[in-house]
Design a protein around this ligand. Structure first.
Ligand SMILES: Cc1cc2nc3c(=O)[nH]c(=O)nc-3n(C[C@H](O)[C@H](O)[C@H](O)COP(=O)(O)O)c2cc1C
Length: 404
């Protein structure tokens, strides 16, 4: 018979003081996930979106909202939100209220799609670090069919780049003051504008924003500084994704190392709420883009620490519960963010607290038809309708294992 031996408590279920006044009660974070279920006309969140985030909220747990564009020419999707106007920002208030009602903490995510878009989405002008077109297609919903090739961006002038940090800062202020968010995460991954400046393949500029890593990182750091000045560094965060294997951008290993090594001390000094260090090195990711194996052979999370990052380190990308626990226990990570596992397991924190292992979770799966919704009459499907596992049942299994 199973004894009363309790399973050992997961290192993910331990409190963390993140920044000035921000304390989390556990380490499991929802990473930003674009789910394309906002209002089909206004693209603003509605009741179903508030329900989705509230389902994933927990006391002292951090959620990051789906990417929201900062300016119309940075729009990259149909039915993804914007934080370009006060009206858009205010529509997030019921969502953040619902998360706060459960004791949760919620950051917005700000993005500018850069070259990952189409003139039909941006309203005509498409801008990026350089005029380098992405291969691939994007949903535009035109009468010719739903998808079109990515558009050709024009290179931003130096003056236009210099003006960009203020655009992010204004959106950040709106998100916090009108949207009720606790902070803001800048999206410097997925090949979008901020990463397009960082990456050599998409940045062929010859001004102060191109060339050396210090120049290629300049816009990102200026943007972080502008946002931190607007809302405070302890409410400012960033997601980096050196080497990203999506969006027609696969950076070589040497560039990934250079970026991590350069950003580690730069981001430490800024005393941000956290840095999300996302790596898409796992098999799910390199297989999707047809690579024979991971494009980076070193451990990007350990490397960032070794390169001198002393702030709150959130790691992300294909991580199992067991890997997340190991990285936290070893001091490499402070927070672990989950995307795909959180889609199908809304009470992920409770399951892990009850002793759930990765094998106990609903696998959900790699299924774009579930991730995104093209049919507004069917938005709840694969979004808010996942059956919840009872943590008590998982707990029973964990106790039996511990005492076997
Ligand atoms: C459906 C889907 C939507 C995503 N949308 C975003 C997004 O809006 N912003 C972002 O930074 N990353 C986005 N990502 C990437 C995730 O945040 C995360 O980096 C990636 O899924 C790896 O974590 P995981 O393996 O735990 O899912 C998305 C991923 C998926 C699967």
């Amino acid at each position: 018979m199973a004894s009363a031996t309790a399973h050992s408590v997961s290192p993910l279920i331990a409190p963390l003081s993140v920044a000035n006044g921000l304390t989390l009660e556990h380490r499991i974070t929802l990473c930003a996930l674009t789910r394309l279920r906002n209002d089909p006309v206004t693209e603003c969140p509605r009741a179903v979106n508030a329900e989705y985030y509230a389902q994933r909220a927990s006391k002292g747990g951090l959620l990051v909202a789906e990417a929201a564009y900062v300016r119309r020419d940075g729009r990259g999707y149909l039915r993804a939100p914007g934080l370009e106007t006060d009206e858009q920002a205010a529509t997030w208030r019921p969502v953040t209220d619902a998360v706060h009602a459960k004791g949760g903490v919620m950051f917005a995510q700000l993005f500018h799609a850069g070259r990952e878009s189409h003139p039909a989405l941006t309203g005509g002008d498409m801008v990026c670090a350089s005029a380098v077109r992405a291969r691939g297609q994007v949903y535009v919903g035109t009468s010719k069919g739903m998808k079109e090739d990515y558009g050709m961006p024009r290179e931003l002038s130096t003056a236009e780049v210099e003006a960009m940090p203020a655009v992010f800062a204004a959106a950040a202020k709106r998100a916090v003051e009108l949207g009720g968010f606790d902070g803001v995460e800048m999206h410097a991954g997925n090949g979008y504008l901020l990463q397009a400046f960082l990456a050599r393949a998409t940045n062929t500029r010859t001004d102060k924003y191109g060339g050396t890593i210090a120049n290629r990182a300049r816009l990102l750091l200026e943007t972080i500084d502008a946002v931190a000045a607007a809302i405070g560094p302890s409410r400012t965060a960033v997601k980096i994704q050196p080497g990203v294997t999506f969006s027609d951008l696969i950076e070589p290993e040497a560039d990934v190392a250079e970026t991590l090594d350069y950003l580690a001390p730069e981001l430490s000094r800024r005393r941000l709420a956290y840095v999300c260090n996302s790596s898409l090195n796992g098999a799910n990711y390199w297989r999707v883009v047809g690579l024979p194996g991971p494009n980076v052979s070193f451990d990007p999370w350990a490397r960032f620490r070794q390169a001198g990052f002393t702030g709150t380190h959130m790691i992300n990308g294909g991580l199992s519960i067991e890997e997340g626990e190991r990285y936290v226990a070893e001091g490499v990570a402070d927070l672990v963010s989950y995307g795909v596992p959180f889609i199908a397991n809304a009470n992920l924190r409770d399951l892990v607290a009850a002793g759930a292992r990765t094998a106990d979770l609903n696998p959900g799966g790699w299924n774009a038809a579930v991730w995104y919704s093209l049919d507004p009459s069917n938005d709840a499907k694969g979004y808010t309708d996942w059956p919840l596992q009872d943590p008590a049942e998982v707990s029973g299994k964990a106790v039996a294992l511990a005492s076997a």
